[in-house]
Write a protein that binds this ligand. Sequence first.
Ligand code: AMP
Length: 300
Amino acid sequence: MSVLVVGSVALDTIKTPLADVRDVLGGSASYFSVSASFFSPVSLVAVVGSDFPQKYIRLFKKRGIDIRGLETVKGGRTFRWQGRYGWDFNDAKTIATHLNVFASFDPGIIKEHRLSKFVFLANIDPELQQKVLAQVKNPRLVVSDTMNYWIEQKPKSLKKLLKKIDIFLLNDLEARQLTGRTNLLKAAGDLLKLGPKRVIVKKGEHGALLFSKNSLFCMPAFLLENVYDPTGAGDTFAGGFVGYLAKAKSLNERTLRRAMVYASTMATFAVEDFSLKRLLSIRRGDIERRVRQFRMLTSF
Ligand code: AMP
């Protein structure tokens, strides 16, 4: 089944101790779409300005991503994010966020996309996430993500949205920030009370946790030799997770746990090079090979 995603399509400027890149393809919806497209068809809803390079549009098309919902504002400027990482790659510092065309984006969802059964509300203004969700009829699964910027700017809208979703994805720092709890078990418990049936807390290079009211799955991280730029790891994780589920027959605990492994595997590719470079160079066989290595690493 196909997945509908709304989120940012961006031009990122990033500095890490190992890389320094300017205006490269980024954005939560970009990473998500490319990652999910390895498993299921994807329809992208976002907005860019007329400065958005055509080569990136071609790249989405090449991956078979449906971009009928990607609007281009004539004379507008694309969303830009500038970030920096020190030696701790789990800690992204935002230097600048320029919403540009996203500040006045009013997404209208085409008829066909309104029937999507799998919806991912990638990191973007929770009011936009809500606007898209309100146009979808009877989705089977709604997953959403966020980040510190929106927790600080729009906490009320974010909490309102949480009542309407099935699975909430965020990283450990964001979970602590949103709930005011330092303990992750307690933070996840509080988040579950806000509405979602499940919460996934991503812990960067330390794995991820899948919580529900009655269960907990702890997934370690795959150990990588080459980590170049962690940008987009979370969105790529989400793409693997939702893309895998949209292809699966059921949404039971076992399938969700397997989806976590595929999600994490996809994220390992995202960080091996800057922007979407590495992700765009892999094939399905590379994913399966790494999932097998993951299994070897974690079974006992
Ligand atoms: P992550 O998976 O958390 O590393 O996401 C990184 C991506 O999020 C970058 O490519 C940015 O363009 C995008 N991003 C950064 N800040 C925001 C924001 N406030 N809203 C939406 N997307 C953002």
